[in-house]
Design a protein around this ligand. Structure first.
Ligand SMILES: Nc1ncnc2c1ncn2[C@@H]1O[C@H](COP(=O)(O)OP(=O)(O)OP(=O)(O)O)[C@@H](O)[C@H]1O
Ligand SMILES: [Mg+2]
Length: 272
């Protein structure tokens, strides 16, 4: 089983969309998935449950209980989504107070609350996907502390790519302080328009800078993704035969391969 976080300091790059649709694609590949909404905006939860039901969730049944140090039983905070093999650890706007800046200065116990909780459910899932807020405060830090790997969705117009630099520095901090085994699963280009030369140039630039860390599979810009969210379904359950679903499936397959390679590498490291 692998735990993987979606991290980018930049907002609106497709982190939540990636987690929702990947959860669907992975479940359709036969994997048991836990989707973790680690963003107080709770968009991933709204994607599964709808906005109003999400607002009305009692924080004791969400990730807020974990960050509050309440040590909830898994069954109290993890719920089925209605999609086979996908469970949800719901997010909560009440978790915003725990998302403190400068997480490396916070007590160690706070940094590992999410990791300790996920240890309890490790055996129940093949993949845990953690959606994170567009900042590098405690939520993203705790997610990386709990993760085997992180993936960085990037929009192909952010030529400065300052967001990703900060992510790499934050990941280095997590490795130094709390999780030396944290691996980079890779950069995933989202909202890609193959016919736009500016997008082609961006991807070429990204591959020059990061080589094999860039996923070969990209997520195209497509209205169906947002439509699927409106329908509260991962794209694979909304339009399973469409190009958008096919693209996400390719990303899911590549992610599985990368996570397997990371697991093999870390076992080899332990044995050495
Ligand atoms: N591949 C895509 N094609 C078209 N629209 C997309 C695609 N991916 C995401 N979007 C849309 O772009 C917007 C931002 O996406 P999303 O919410 O996933 O980003 P985010 O990085 O999670 O944002 P935030 O930083 O606020 O959490 C949403 O309205 C979403 O529906
Ligand atoms: Mg989001």
């Amino acid at each position: 089983m692998a735990i993987v976080s979606a991290i980018n300091l930049k907002g609106g790059v497709g982190k939540t969309s990636l987690c929702l649709h990947l959860a669907g694609a992975l479940s359709q590949l036969g994997r048991r998935v836990l989707a973790v909404d680690n963003d107080p905006q709770s968009s991933l939860t709204a994607g599964f449950l709808g906005s109003q039901p999400t607002r009305q969730l009692d924080p004791s049944g969400t990730i807020a209980a974990i960050y509050a140090g309440d040590d909830p039983m898994p069954g109290a905070v993890i719920r089925p989504t209605g999609f086979e093999r996908i469970d949800l650890l719901a997010g909560s706007r009440f978790a915003v107070g725990s998302n403190v800046p400068n997480p490396h200065t916070a007590p160690h116990a706070d940094q590992v609350l999410l990791r300790d909780f996920l240890e309890l459910v490790r055996g129940d899932y093949d993949v845990v996907l953690i959606d994170c807020p567009p900042n590098l405060h405690m939520a993203s830090w705790a997610a990386m502390a709990a993760s085997d790997a992180f993936m960085v969705p990037v929009q192909p117009e952010d030529f400065g790519a300052q967001g990703t630099q900060d992510v790499i520095e934050s990941a280095a901090g997590v490795r130094a302080v709390v999780n030396p085994g944290l691996a980079l699963a890779g950069y995933i280009v989202s909202m890609y328009q193959a016919r736009r030369s500016v997008h082609q140039a961006y991807v070429a630039h990204l591959k020059e800078a990061h080589g094999a860390a860039v996923f070969a599979a990209a997520i195209p810009e497509a209205a169906e993704f947002a439509e699927a969210v409106m329908a509260r379904k991962p794209i694979g359950f909304h339009k399973p035969r469409g190009a958008a679903a096919k693209a996400i499936r390719a990303v899911a397959e590549e992610l599985v391969g990368r996570l397997d390679a990371i697991a093999v590498g870390s076992r080899a490291g332990e044995a050495a």
